[in-house]
Design a protein around this ligand. Structure first.
Ligand code: HSE
Length: 428
C-alpha cells in the first residue's frame, strides 16, 4: 500500500468512451485530484488489446500497454472499464487477490458474478467500488450502500436505461410506433446497432439486481430478476395510457414486502403526477422509498463518456484515499435471507385493455370474471369505437397468478373481441 509520500498508481483497463474520459480527467485534474486524495495520483498505464490503434489524442500513447499482468502488478488501484464478463472477471479477480482496490462500471459482471468478486475483495481486504455500474453519473450506489445503511428501504422504482426511456418518450410525444423510433434512434446513434440488451430490459435487469442486493442486504443476481422489455409496446398502448392519465416507462423495481424480496423489470403505467413520469429523453431517475427517509429521488445522466467518468472518478478518489492513508470502503452486506419472490408472487395493479361488443350485460360478465378470481376493479373506462368499444379496466393490487387466470377467462368470452394489452401500474 502507498503512503502519502509515494504516488497512488492508477491502472485503467479498457480505453473506450468512458476510459478515454477517465484518462482525460486524471491528466487534466491531476493536481486537484492529488490534493483531494492526500498523495500524488498518477496513471500507471492503460490496458488495451492493441496499442497500435489510433485513439483520442487525450490519451498519451506512452501510457498504453497490452501487458495486463505487469500493469496490475505495479498499480495500487485497478479501474475496469472494458465491460463484458470475460476477461473483465479474471482481471478484476487478479487485482483483488493481489490486494489492489478495484473500481468497475461493469453491471453485467456484478449482477452475474458479484458474489465471487465480493468474496475475493473480502479475503484480501481490498476495496470494490462500482458507482458507475448503475445509472451513470447519478450518485446512487453510495447513497443506498452508505447513506441509507441505517434506514429500511422498502421499494426502489428506477428508470435506469436511457435508450428505452428515449424510445418511449419519443413514442409518447410524437405518437410514433416502436419500430419507427428505434430505427431513427439507431440512425442518430442514440441506440446501439444491436439494441437487444437495452430494449429487452436486460441492462435494466442487471441494475435491478445490484440495487436490490444493496438495498435489502442480500444477494440478488441477474437470474433472480424477472425481465420484460419494451418491444411489444405500441403507439396504441401509449395513447390508451394517456387516456387514463399515465405514461409508460420501463421500470427496474426492487421491493421488499412481508412475503420477501422481488426484483423485476417491465414497462409499466406510471401516473402523470408521479415524479418518474416527467423524466424525459435519455435521462435516468431512481425513486426510493425508505421507512424513515420517506421518498427520495435521484436524477441525471445515466450514460455517456463524461457523465459515467464522473462516477468512476469519485470511486477512484475514494479507493486512492484508502491506498494513501489506510482504511477501506464498505464491505458487502449480505446477512439478510428473505425469500426471493418469483414474478407470480409479486403483487401490483394492472390495466387490461380489451375490445368488447357494446351490448347490455357485457361489462357485468367481464366484471364477474375479475370477481371470481379475487381481482378487485379500481376503475373502468369505456371508449366507444365504430364496431367494438375499447374497455380499460384498472385493478386493485393483485397477484400475477390471479390476474393471469382472469385474463385467460376474459379472452374466451364471446362478447370480448380481443385482449389488446395487459400492463402493470406502478407508483400509485
Ligand atoms: N445502454 C445503457 C442505457 C447505458 O441506454 O442507458 C449503459 O448502461
Amino acid at each position: 500500500m502507498s503512503t502519502s509520500s509515494s504516488p497512488v498508481k492508477i491502472a485503467i483497463l479498457g480505453c473506450g468512451t468512458v476510459g478515454t474520459q477517465v484518462v482525460r480527467v486524471l491528466t487534466e485534474q491531476q493536481t486537484d485530484l492529488s490534493a483531494r486524495v492526500g498523495a500524488d495520483v498518477e496513471i500507471a498505464g492503460v490496458y488495451v488489446r492493441d496499442t497500435s490503434v489510433t485513439r483520442d489524442p487525450v490519451v498519451p500513447t506512452d501510457v498504453l500497454t497490452s501487458d495486463v499482468d505487469a500493469l496490475i502488478e505495479r498499480a495500487d488501484v485497478v479501474v475496469e472499464l472494458m465491460g463484458g464478463l470475460e476477461p473483465a472477471r479474471t482481471m478484476i479477480l487478479q487485482a483483488l487477490n493481489a490486494g489492489k482496490g478495484v473500481v468497475t462500471a461493469n453491471k453485467a459482471l456484478l449482477a452475474t458474478h458479484g458474489a465471487e468478486l465480493y468474496e475475493a475483495a473480502d479475503a484480501s481486504g481490498a476495496d470494490l467500488y462500482f458507482e458507475a455500474a448503475v445509472a451513470g453519473a447519478i450518485p446512487l450506489v453510495r447513497p443506498v450502500r452508505e447513506s441509507l445503511a441505517g434506514d429500511t428501504v422498502t421499494r426502489i422504482l428506477g428508470i435506469v436505461n436511457g435508450t428505452t426511456n428515449y424510445v418511449l418518450d419519443e413514442m409518447t410525444t410524437k405518437g410514433l410506433d416502436y419500430g419507427e423510433v428505434v430505427a431513427e434512434a439507431q440512425r442518430l446513434g442514440y441506440a446501439e446497432a444491436d439494441p437487444t440488451a437495452d430494449v429487452g430490459g436486460h441492462d435494466a435487469a442487471a441494475k435491478a439486481a445490484i440495487l436490490a442486493s444493496l438495498a435489502f442486504h442480500q444477494r440478488v443476481s441477474l437470474d433472480d430478476v424477472y425481465c420484460e422489455g419494451i418491444t411489444e409496446i405500441t403507439a396504441a398502448d401509449i395513447e390508451a395510457a394517456a387516456e387514463t392519465g399515465h405514461v409508460i416507462k420501463l421500470l427496474a423495481i426492487a421491493e421488499q414486502t412481508s412475503e420477501g424480496v422481488s426484483a423485476r423489470v417491465y414497462p409499466a403505467l406510471v401516473p402523470n403526477a408521479h415524479p418518474l413520469a416527467s423524466v424525459r429523453g435519455a435521462f435516468n431517475a431512481v425513486f426510493i422509498e425508505a421507512e424513515a427517509a420517506g421518498e427520495l429521488m435521484f436524477y441525471g445522466q445515466g450514460a455517456g463518456g463524461a457523465p459515467t467518468a464522473s462516477a468512476v472518478m469519485g470511486d477512484i478518489v475514494s479507493v486512492a484515499r484508502h491506498a494513501a492513508g489506510g482504511g477501506h470502503g464498505p464491505r458487502e452486506s449480505n446477512y439478510a435471507k428473505h425469500p426471493l419472490l418469483p414474478i407470480g408472487g409479486a403483487q401490483t395493479r394492472y390495466a387490461i385493455r380489451m375490445s368488447v361488443h357494446d351490448k347490455p350485460g357485457v361489462l357485468a360478465r367481464v366484471a364477474d370474471a375479475f370477481a371470481r378470481n379475487g381481482v378487485g376493479i379500481g376503475s373502468v373506462l369505456q371508449v366507444p369505437d365504430a364496431e367494438l368499444a375499447s374497455l380499460i379496466i384498472s385493478t386493485h393490487r393483485a397477484s400475477e397468478a390471479s390476474l393471469s387466470a382472469t385474463v385467460a377467462e376474459v379472452r374466451e368470452m364471446d362478447s370480448v373481441g380481443e385482449v389488446l394489452s395487459v400492463l402493470r401500474i406502478e407508483g400509485e
